[in-house]
Design a binder for this molecule. Structure first.
Ligand code: CLR
Length: 843
């Protein structure tokens, strides 16, 4: 595959010049032959590690297709259309264009050279030989001191980047190697089609490549070298326009061919009608043939996709059932771009389900890594690379060490953090740190006590292990969307209820309100920021999918014990949008959630669209959007989700806040970090925030990134929020204490609810009760019913309690729900969970 034949101990006094930029190498060379070049220059100190090992060898693909190879800087000549002066050159010498255009026709015959790859903290940056060819970036260990032998093929077209690379590689133009180089497998490969590339902004030699499951941190020798690599990588990436899942899976539309223009033209020429009709017929039949080819191609594509999946599945260790598989056709529900996790297979849940004690899903499960055969020390598992920084980074000091230091841990002696006492201390478990102003501390925790449940009902049926594999294997090659998957992969909560989980730490808003009232707007924004982060804490270790609500489904949460009322409704099915509205003590909070998803094969990226608004009764308003969430290891390994990106909390008064959720790297010793700053209207940083979205948030007054300030200023930190302790009775879904209460029918509540409330959804209730058979059949029935939803929406269905804000896409609560509830007036609420009346069946 790669044009390198072998890399052996050869170096060169005179670095080989790369091919001149304007050169277009036209004639295909003779079959690839190994060329050995010798040189004697001593390697620079930088290449020490490259000198010490064995050789790197690899063979080129002997049958490698070679049409005209175009140098890197000729990228503009895409699709074989040279530009400007080169046109003549190309035309003059070029053989007839070949249809089989390969990527290398666009990016020369590949590029190669030394890049430094971050290995781990012990080893740091190590040189590796990288080869970019055919859309694949492969890398090899440089064991041998400076002997690189390349095939003639490489020599002809591949561009070598970097002085060090030139030193390492040397060529004897006309000599043919006599030693038989055995093909060497690359140490690693990155398929650019599915990867994303990012330049480091803090280091102009660094860049990283994210493959969807791992991140490679690379460093070029010089800034210019990085530019060259980036250009080449980007050119390859541009070859693969990003296709949404729906586009990828969409059936092929029949192309309609019009012969009208042809007819006109022929008529102009005075061609008689018979000849025109003949010509039209010829054209149509040619197109029909083409269309058949297209259909065949589409079928081939499907076959390939399925084969890919089949290849992935059997390699999974079935015995420990630590695998997941995503259905091949992903048509989906909670996001517009159609990744329906409802139709997603997860087997890991079984492990968890059968082990209710295993509440912590974060423990690294070695067995799940059993399939990783790579035992070399360059293993990606060791790549606990530093994450790339973005433009905000200079604003923040590095909290890494601090966050991992023992002083930070909640049980650290110098830290008063949590003092959750009895197990009965449920929802408003506002901790009592001495840190927090006592008069504020009580805010949000002195609401009336309401008895709520502390555990889910004991399962009625024995939890039987569903053999997911048997389900998948019988369906390979079929349209898996037609295969029904059991409720085992759901948690007994709907997305409407899940929205309310963001309000678990609503006492932070009560405190924010109180601080503002007392004139301390800084403390207000700090508490708002802590609140915005706290909503993510309940996602940690949760690997089941919430129920996708039915169109018109609602959820109310009347929580006087939190001083608030919350209400949500599913307002759109395509795209799936949930709107919510919450009235607290001194504040209102509303928003809608519409997730755009990108399916990366092994991971799914969810980008929330829409704005959340928090309005205090005194008129101060804050708005922000949620950051990106990604769910990793859908197919193999331990499923987990991460949240990353920058969240800007814009205030309409004095302060605004910027929070950065750091993206987790492969084995992050310190994952889930969040840090941020509060700025006043003039852009001056007045406070710094740091913490973790699954643990706690702290603030420090002033700008900790300012010169002269550093770790020591962290001793001035103050706790804002700390996550509640896990429930006494762990659930198989890893629900928090708060989440456990959400589907509860407290005494007298059922009678008050509208028929659309999630608590009345039968399949969810069955699941909660552990009646899996019933849950499954009811889920099927409701899904069947839900298929009407799109049509309903197309026919003008409108949500009952929310409406789009004038001139915007955002939904606002229209009011009236609690009033209707007061009167028990639910006439306008359809029985969405019942049997569908035949007169309402839409065709
Ligand atoms: C069934 C299998 C394959 C996957 C399980 C997927 C789980 C982990 C997914 C499904 C739906 C996801 C949630 C969908 C929406 C949001 C809102 C967002 O602002 C924070 C993340 C959060 C709360 C997601 C967390 C992860 C989530 C719960």
């Amino acid at each position: 595959m790669h044009p390198f034949c072998c890399v052996s101990t050869v170096s060169d006094h005179s670095p080989v010049k790369p091919l001149p930029d304007h050169v277009i190498t036209m004639p295909p060379p003779p079959p690839a032959t190994t060329v050995t070049t010798t040189s004697s220059s001593a390697p620079t100190s930088r290449s020490n590690s490259a000198r010490s090992g064995a050789q790197v060898q690899c063979h080129s693909n002997q049958n490698h297709h070679r049409s005209s190879s175009v140098d890197l800087n000729r990228i503009s000549q895409r699709n074989g259309i040279p530009s400007g002066r080169d046109v003549t050159t190309a035309m003059a010498v070029a053989p007839p264009p070949q249809v089989d255009v390969k990527i290398n026709d666009i990016v020369g015959n590949g590029i190669s050279g030394v890049l430094y790859k971050w290995v781990n903290y012990g080893k740091g940056w190590r040189p590796r030989w990288f080869v970019l060819q055919d859309g694949v970036l492969s890398y090899y260990k440089l064991h041998g001191p400076d002997k690189i032998v390349v095939s003639q093929e490489t020599e002809k077209g591949s561009k070598i980047i970097g002085e060090e690379s030139h030193r390492l590689i040397s060529r004897h133009r006309n000599s043919i190697s006599h030693h038989s180089a055995t093909r060497r497998k690359p140490f690693g490969e990155v398929h650019l089609k599915v990867s994303s590339i990012r330049e480091s902004r803090s280091d102009d030699k660094r860049f990283s490549i994210f493959t969807g499951t791992k991140r490679l941190h690379l460093r070029a020798e010089t800034r210019d070298d990085r530019v060259l690599w980036m250009e080449a990588l980007q050119a390859i990436k541009d070859m693969f326009p990003r296709m949404s899942n729906s586009e990828l899976m969409a059936p092929m539309d029949n192309v309609v061919v019009s012969t009208e223009k042809l007819r006109q033209r022929l008529m102009q020429e005075g061609v008689n009608e018979v000849a025109i009709q003949d010509s039209e017929q010829i054209m149509r039949s040619e197109f029909a043939a083409l269309q058949n080819q297209l259909v065949l191609l589409k079928q081939k594509q499907w076959l390939l996709i399925d084969t890919l999946r089949q290849l992935e599945l059997p390699s999974m260790p079935l015995a420990n059932t630590k695998f997941r598989a995503v259905k091949s056709s992903i048509t989906l529900s909670f996001e517009t771009e159609k990744v329906d996790l409802e139709n997603t297979v997860v087997d890991e849940s079984q492990n968890k389900l059968n082990d209710p004690g295993a509440s912590s899903m974060i423990k690294q499960d070695k067995s799940s890594e059993g399939s990783v055969t790579d035992t070399d020390d360059d293993n990606e598992r060791g790549d606990a690379a530093e994450e790339e920084t973005d433009e905000d980074d200079h604003t923040f000091f590095d909290t890494r060490d601090f966050l991992s230091s023992s002083s930070f841990k909640s049980n650290g002696s110098d830290f008063r953090t949590s003092s959750f006492s009895s197990d009965d201390e449920g929802l408003n478990a506002a901790y009592s740190e001495d840190d927090i102003d006592p008069s504020i501390k009580s805010v949000g925790s002195n609401f009336p006590y309401i008895k709520r449940r502390k555990k889910l009902p004991d399962p009625v049926e024995k939890e039987k292990g569903v053999s997911l594999w048997s389900m998948i294997k019988d369906n390979i090659g079929k349209d898996l969307t037609k295969v029904c998957l059991p409720v085992y992969f759901n948690e007994p909560l709907s997305s409407l209820q899940k929205c309310f989980e963001d309000l678990e730490y609503s006492y932070l808003l009560d405190r924010a309100y109180e601080w503002g009232k007392r004139g301390n707007k800084l403390m207000r924004v700090l508490n708002v920021a802590a609140f915005a982060v706290s909503g993510y804490s309940s996602t940690e270790g949760r690997i089941c999918k919430p129920f996708n609500p039915l169109l018109g489904e609602t959820f109310e949460a009347d929580f006087p014990d939190k001083g608030l009322r919350f209400f949500s409704e599913k307002v759109s099915h395509h795209p799936m949008i949930v709107a919510c509205h919450c009235e607290g003590t001194g504040w209102k909070f509303w928003g809608d959630s519409n997730l755009k998803s990108k399916f990366w094969g092994r991971s799914i990226q969810l980008d929330p669209v829409g704005v959340l608004t928090l309005e205090f009764d005194d008129g101060e308003v804050f708005q922000w959007s949620k950051v990106t969430t990604s769910i990793y290891n859908l197919i193999l390994g331990k499923l987990y989700c991460d949240h990353y990106g920058t969240m800007r909390i814009e205030g309409n008064q004095e302060y605004s806040c910027k929070l950065k959720f750091k993206e987790q790297s492969i084995i992050d010793r310190n994952p889930h970090q969040v840090h941020g700053i509060v700025q006043d209207r003039n852009g001056k940083t007045v406070a710094t925030l740091f913490g973790k979205w699954d643990e706690s948030m702290y603030y420090v007054n002033g700008d900790c990134s300012a010169k002269g300030k550093g770790q020591e200023s962290l001793s001035e930190h103050h706790l804002l929020w700390k996550r509640s302790k896990p429930p006494k009775y762990a659930t198989r879904y890893n629900l928090t204490r708060f989440a456990i209460t959400l589907n509860e029918l407290t005494p007298g509540l059922k009678e008050k609810l509208p028929p659309t409330d999630s608590r009345l959804r039968p399949d969810q209730r069955y699941l909660e009760n552990g009646e899996f058979e019933m849950a499954n059949s009811e889920k099927l029935r409701l899904e069947q019913r839900q298929r009407q939803a799109r049509k309903m929406q197309e026919r003008g269905w409108k949500p009952r309690w929310f409406a789009k804000d004038k001139g915007s896409e955002a939904y606002r609560y229209m009011g009236g729900y609690w009033e209707a509830r007061e009167q028990g007036k639910w006439d306008s609420c359809p029985d969405i969970f019942g049997q569908i009346p035949s007169d309402q069946l839409l065709d």
